[in-house]
Design a protein around this ligand. Structure first.
Ligand code: AP5
Length: 236
Protein backbone atom coordinates (compact mmCIF):
# COMPACT_ATOMS: atom_id res chain seq x y z
CA UNK A 1 0.00 0.00 0.00
CA UNK A 2 1.26 3.46 -0.81
CA UNK A 3 -0.42 6.21 1.13
CA UNK A 4 -3.95 5.47 2.29
CA UNK A 5 -4.59 8.96 3.65
CA UNK A 6 -7.97 8.04 5.08
CA UNK A 7 -10.97 5.82 4.47
CA UNK A 8 -11.53 7.55 1.17
CA UNK A 9 -15.04 7.64 -0.29
CA UNK A 10 -15.24 10.18 -3.05
CA UNK A 11 -17.04 11.06 -6.27
CA UNK A 12 -15.70 12.73 -9.40
CA UNK A 13 -18.30 14.81 -11.23
CA UNK A 14 -17.67 16.62 -14.47
CA UNK A 15 -18.83 16.89 -18.08
CA UNK A 16 -17.68 14.49 -20.81
CA UNK A 17 -13.94 14.98 -21.28
CA UNK A 18 -13.38 16.75 -17.94
CA UNK A 19 -10.81 14.07 -17.01
CA UNK A 20 -12.75 11.69 -14.71
CA UNK A 21 -11.42 8.58 -16.43
CA UNK A 22 -7.90 10.06 -16.55
CA UNK A 23 -7.72 11.01 -12.87
CA UNK A 24 -9.76 8.25 -11.17
CA UNK A 25 -7.17 5.49 -11.82
CA UNK A 26 -4.51 7.74 -10.26
CA UNK A 27 -6.68 8.13 -7.15
CA UNK A 28 -7.23 4.35 -7.13
CA UNK A 29 -3.50 3.63 -7.30
CA UNK A 30 -2.37 6.30 -4.84
CA UNK A 31 -5.00 5.77 -2.16
CA UNK A 32 -5.75 2.05 -2.66
CA UNK A 33 -9.46 2.51 -3.34
CA UNK A 34 -11.81 0.81 -5.78
CA UNK A 35 -12.54 2.74 -9.00
CA UNK A 36 -16.15 2.24 -10.07
CA UNK A 37 -16.97 3.81 -13.45
CA UNK A 38 -20.55 3.32 -14.59
CA UNK A 39 -19.68 4.20 -18.22
CA UNK A 40 -17.07 1.40 -18.24
CA UNK A 41 -19.55 -1.03 -16.65
CA UNK A 42 -22.09 -0.22 -19.38
CA UNK A 43 -19.48 -0.60 -22.11
CA UNK A 44 -18.61 -4.06 -20.68
CA UNK A 45 -22.28 -5.01 -21.10
CA UNK A 46 -22.22 -3.67 -24.67
CA UNK A 47 -19.08 -5.68 -25.48
CA UNK A 48 -20.72 -8.84 -24.08
CA UNK A 49 -23.84 -8.06 -26.17
CA UNK A 50 -26.16 -8.59 -23.17
CA UNK A 51 -29.76 -7.37 -23.25
CA UNK A 52 -28.78 -4.45 -21.01
CA UNK A 53 -25.80 -3.70 -23.27
CA UNK A 54 -27.95 -3.58 -26.39
CA UNK A 55 -30.42 -1.24 -24.73
CA UNK A 56 -27.62 0.93 -23.24
CA UNK A 57 -25.81 1.32 -26.57
CA UNK A 58 -28.79 3.07 -28.15
CA UNK A 59 -29.11 5.45 -25.19
CA UNK A 60 -25.37 6.17 -24.97
CA UNK A 61 -25.10 6.86 -28.70
CA UNK A 62 -28.06 9.24 -28.40
CA UNK A 63 -26.22 11.15 -25.62
CA UNK A 64 -28.96 10.39 -23.10
CA UNK A 65 -28.91 8.71 -19.67
CA UNK A 66 -29.69 5.10 -18.82
CA UNK A 67 -32.60 4.64 -16.43
CA UNK A 68 -31.89 5.53 -12.76
CA UNK A 69 -33.09 2.21 -11.34
CA UNK A 70 -30.74 0.21 -13.57
CA UNK A 71 -27.78 2.42 -12.65
CA UNK A 72 -28.51 2.39 -8.91
CA UNK A 73 -28.76 -1.41 -8.93
CA UNK A 74 -25.51 -1.60 -10.87
CA UNK A 75 -23.63 0.47 -8.27
CA UNK A 76 -25.34 -1.37 -5.39
CA UNK A 77 -24.19 -4.66 -6.84
CA UNK A 78 -20.63 -3.35 -7.25
CA UNK A 79 -20.48 -2.01 -3.71
CA UNK A 80 -21.85 -5.25 -2.24
CA UNK A 81 -20.33 -7.94 -4.45
CA UNK A 82 -17.10 -6.67 -5.88
CA UNK A 83 -15.02 -9.49 -7.29
CA UNK A 84 -11.26 -9.50 -7.01
CA UNK A 85 -8.81 -12.12 -7.99
CA UNK A 86 -5.97 -13.06 -5.63
CA UNK A 87 -3.59 -15.95 -6.31
CA UNK A 88 -5.90 -17.08 -9.08
CA UNK A 89 -8.87 -17.32 -6.70
CA UNK A 90 -11.88 -15.10 -7.17
CA UNK A 91 -13.09 -13.57 -3.92
CA UNK A 92 -16.23 -11.54 -3.43
CA UNK A 93 -16.13 -8.73 -0.91
CA UNK A 94 -17.96 -5.47 -0.25
CA UNK A 95 -16.26 -2.29 -1.40
CA UNK A 96 -15.65 0.05 1.53
CA UNK A 97 -13.38 2.69 -0.01
CA UNK A 98 -14.01 3.99 -3.50
CA UNK A 99 -13.86 6.65 -6.15
CA UNK A 100 -17.07 6.83 -8.19
CA UNK A 101 -16.71 8.06 -11.77
CA UNK A 102 -19.89 8.81 -13.72
CA UNK A 103 -22.26 8.13 -10.81
CA UNK A 104 -24.46 9.72 -9.49
CA UNK A 105 -25.62 11.64 -12.55
CA UNK A 106 -29.12 12.62 -11.44
CA UNK A 107 -30.66 13.78 -8.16
CA UNK A 108 -32.56 10.47 -7.68
CA UNK A 109 -29.24 8.58 -8.12
CA UNK A 110 -27.58 10.84 -5.52
CA UNK A 111 -30.45 10.30 -3.06
CA UNK A 112 -30.34 6.53 -3.53
CA UNK A 113 -26.57 6.51 -3.02
CA UNK A 114 -26.97 8.43 0.26
CA UNK A 115 -29.57 5.91 1.44
CA UNK A 116 -27.32 3.00 0.43
CA UNK A 117 -24.33 4.40 2.30
CA UNK A 118 -26.41 5.24 5.36
CA UNK A 119 -27.58 1.62 5.56
CA UNK A 120 -23.92 0.58 5.50
CA UNK A 121 -22.99 3.14 8.19
CA UNK A 122 -20.76 4.99 5.71
CA UNK A 123 -20.47 8.58 4.53
CA UNK A 124 -18.90 10.38 1.57
CA UNK A 125 -15.73 12.37 2.33
CA UNK A 126 -15.89 14.68 -0.66
CA UNK A 127 -17.45 15.25 -4.05
CA UNK A 128 -14.97 16.74 -6.50
CA UNK A 129 -16.26 18.75 -9.44
CA UNK A 130 -13.83 18.78 -12.37
CA UNK A 131 -14.89 22.20 -13.62
CA UNK A 132 -14.13 23.16 -17.23
CA UNK A 133 -15.77 25.29 -19.95
CA UNK A 134 -17.63 23.34 -22.66
CA UNK A 135 -15.54 24.75 -25.52
CA UNK A 136 -12.40 22.96 -24.25
CA UNK A 137 -14.13 19.59 -24.31
CA UNK A 138 -14.62 19.19 -28.06
CA UNK A 139 -10.94 18.60 -28.89
CA UNK A 140 -10.49 16.40 -25.82
CA UNK A 141 -13.37 14.10 -26.78
CA UNK A 142 -12.82 13.95 -30.53
CA UNK A 143 -9.09 13.18 -30.01
CA UNK A 144 -9.57 10.52 -27.33
CA UNK A 145 -8.30 6.99 -27.91
CA UNK A 146 -9.16 4.02 -25.69
CA UNK A 147 -7.65 0.63 -24.97
CA UNK A 148 -10.93 -1.26 -24.47
CA UNK A 149 -9.60 -4.17 -22.37
CA UNK A 150 -7.96 -2.00 -19.68
CA UNK A 151 -9.86 1.29 -20.09
CA UNK A 152 -6.53 3.12 -20.58
CA UNK A 153 -7.09 6.47 -22.23
CA UNK A 154 -4.86 8.39 -24.61
CA UNK A 155 -5.27 11.52 -26.70
CA UNK A 156 -4.08 11.90 -30.29
CA UNK A 157 -2.50 15.25 -29.49
CA UNK A 158 -2.35 15.80 -25.69
CA UNK A 159 -1.31 12.30 -24.58
CA UNK A 160 -0.36 10.28 -27.67
CA UNK A 161 0.56 6.59 -27.47
CA UNK A 162 4.19 5.80 -28.33
CA UNK A 163 3.08 4.05 -31.55
CA UNK A 164 -0.01 5.49 -33.35
CA UNK A 165 -3.31 3.74 -32.47
CA UNK A 166 -1.47 1.17 -30.30
CA UNK A 167 -1.63 0.59 -26.54
CA UNK A 168 1.77 1.27 -24.90
CA UNK A 169 1.51 -1.67 -22.49
CA UNK A 170 -0.06 -4.51 -24.50
CA UNK A 171 0.60 -3.44 -28.11
CA UNK A 172 -3.11 -3.99 -28.82
CA UNK A 173 -5.08 -1.61 -31.07
CA UNK A 174 -6.73 1.52 -29.69
CA UNK A 175 -10.27 2.55 -30.65
CA UNK A 176 -12.49 5.64 -30.59
CA UNK A 177 -15.75 5.45 -28.64
CA UNK A 178 -18.88 5.47 -30.80
CA UNK A 179 -20.26 8.39 -28.70
CA UNK A 180 -17.10 10.48 -29.18
CA UNK A 181 -18.30 12.53 -32.15
CA UNK A 182 -19.44 16.16 -32.23
CA UNK A 183 -23.11 15.37 -32.71
CA UNK A 184 -23.38 13.00 -29.73
CA UNK A 185 -21.06 15.16 -27.62
CA UNK A 186 -23.39 18.15 -28.08
CA UNK A 187 -26.26 16.03 -26.73
CA UNK A 188 -24.11 14.64 -23.87
CA UNK A 189 -23.20 18.18 -22.82
CA UNK A 190 -26.84 19.27 -22.89
CA UNK A 191 -27.76 16.22 -20.78
CA UNK A 192 -24.94 17.04 -18.35
CA UNK A 193 -26.09 20.63 -17.83
CA UNK A 194 -29.74 19.64 -17.46
CA UNK A 195 -29.50 16.50 -15.32
CA UNK A 196 -26.06 16.34 -13.68
CA UNK A 197 -25.28 20.00 -12.90
CA UNK A 198 -28.09 19.94 -10.25
CA UNK A 199 -26.21 17.07 -8.55
CA UNK A 200 -23.31 19.48 -7.97
CA UNK A 201 -25.69 21.80 -6.11
CA UNK A 202 -27.06 18.86 -4.15
CA UNK A 203 -23.57 18.19 -2.76
CA UNK A 204 -22.83 21.91 -2.29
CA UNK A 205 -25.78 21.96 0.09
CA UNK A 206 -24.26 19.04 1.98
CA UNK A 207 -20.89 20.85 2.23
CA UNK A 208 -19.11 18.03 0.40
CA UNK A 209 -18.34 19.95 -2.81
CA UNK A 210 -14.74 20.65 -3.79
CA UNK A 211 -14.18 22.39 -7.15
CA UNK A 212 -10.97 21.72 -9.12
CA UNK A 213 -9.97 23.61 -12.24
CA UNK A 214 -9.90 20.80 -14.83
CA UNK A 215 -8.72 23.05 -17.69
CA UNK A 216 -5.10 22.68 -16.55
CA UNK A 217 -2.67 19.94 -17.59
CA UNK A 218 -3.42 16.41 -16.30
CA UNK A 219 -0.47 16.53 -13.88
CA UNK A 220 -1.52 19.85 -12.36
CA UNK A 221 -5.09 18.57 -11.96
CA UNK A 222 -3.67 15.46 -10.27
CA UNK A 223 -1.51 17.47 -7.84
CA UNK A 224 -4.57 19.51 -6.83
CA UNK A 225 -6.66 16.37 -6.37
CA UNK A 226 -3.96 14.79 -4.27
CA UNK A 227 -3.93 17.79 -1.98
CA UNK A 228 -7.69 17.47 -1.48
CA UNK A 229 -7.44 13.82 -0.46
CA UNK A 230 -4.31 14.18 1.64
CA UNK A 231 -5.36 17.29 3.49
CA UNK A 232 -9.14 16.93 3.41
CA UNK A 233 -11.67 19.11 1.55
CA UNK A 234 -11.75 21.98 4.02
CA UNK A 235 -8.01 22.70 4.00
CA UNK A 236 -7.70 22.67 0.20
P1 AP5 B 1 -19.12 7.89 -19.27
O1 AP5 B 1 -18.24 6.83 -19.78
O2 AP5 B 1 -19.15 8.17 -17.80
O3 AP5 B 1 -18.79 9.20 -20.12
P2 AP5 B 1 -18.74 10.77 -19.77
O4 AP5 B 1 -19.26 11.22 -18.47
O5 AP5 B 1 -19.32 11.41 -20.98
O6 AP5 B 1 -17.26 11.03 -19.56
P3 AP5 B 1 -16.10 10.67 -20.48
O7 AP5 B 1 -15.64 9.27 -20.23
O8 AP5 B 1 -16.41 11.02 -21.92
O9 AP5 B 1 -15.02 11.76 -20.02
P4 AP5 B 1 -13.95 11.76 -18.85
O10 AP5 B 1 -14.28 12.88 -17.92
O11 AP5 B 1 -13.73 10.40 -18.26
O12 AP5 B 1 -12.67 12.21 -19.72
P5 AP5 B 1 -11.26 11.50 -19.94
O13 AP5 B 1 -10.51 11.45 -18.65
O14 AP5 B 1 -11.39 10.23 -20.71
O15 AP5 B 1 -20.61 7.61 -19.69
C1 AP5 B 1 -20.97 7.27 -21.03
C2 AP5 B 1 -22.47 7.16 -21.15
O16 AP5 B 1 -22.95 6.07 -20.32
C3 AP5 B 1 -23.28 8.38 -20.70
O17 AP5 B 1 -23.38 9.34 -21.73
C4 AP5 B 1 -24.63 7.73 -20.33
O18 AP5 B 1 -25.39 7.48 -21.48
C5 AP5 B 1 -24.22 6.39 -19.73
N1 AP5 B 1 -24.07 6.47 -18.27
C6 AP5 B 1 -22.90 6.33 -17.56
N2 AP5 B 1 -23.12 6.48 -16.25
C7 AP5 B 1 -24.45 6.71 -16.10
C8 AP5 B 1 -25.29 6.97 -14.98
N3 AP5 B 1 -24.79 7.02 -13.74
N4 AP5 B 1 -26.60 7.19 -15.20
C9 AP5 B 1 -27.12 7.12 -16.45
N5 AP5 B 1 -26.40 6.89 -17.57
C10 AP5 B 1 -25.06 6.70 -17.38
O19 AP5 B 1 -10.55 12.61 -20.86
C11 AP5 B 1 -10.99 12.84 -22.19
C12 AP5 B 1 -9.78 13.05 -23.12
O20 AP5 B 1 -9.08 14.23 -22.75
C13 AP5 B 1 -8.76 11.91 -23.06
O21 AP5 B 1 -8.28 11.66 -24.36
C14 AP5 B 1 -7.65 12.44 -22.14
O22 AP5 B 1 -6.39 11.91 -22.52
C15 AP5 B 1 -7.74 13.94 -22.37
N6 AP5 B 1 -7.47 14.70 -21.14
C16 AP5 B 1 -7.90 14.40 -19.87
N7 AP5 B 1 -7.49 15.34 -19.00
C17 AP5 B 1 -6.83 16.27 -19.73
C18 AP5 B 1 -6.18 17.51 -19.41
N8 AP5 B 1 -6.15 17.95 -18.14
N9 AP5 B 1 -5.62 18.23 -20.41
C19 AP5 B 1 -5.66 17.77 -21.70
N10 AP5 B 1 -6.23 16.60 -22.06
C20 AP5 B 1 -6.81 15.86 -21.10
Amino acid sequence: RKSPAQQLRTILIGPPGAGKGTQAPRIRDEFCVCHLATGDLLREQIAKKTELGQMAKKIIDAGELVNDEIMVNMIKDQLENNKSCKNGQVTIHPVVVFVLDGFPRTIPQAEKLDAMLETRGEKLDSVVELAIPDQLLISRITGRLIHPASGRTYHKEFQPPRKPMTDDITGEPLIQRSDDNIETLTKRLATYHKQTAPVVNYYKNKSLWVPIDAAQSPNVVWENLRKVFREGPRSS
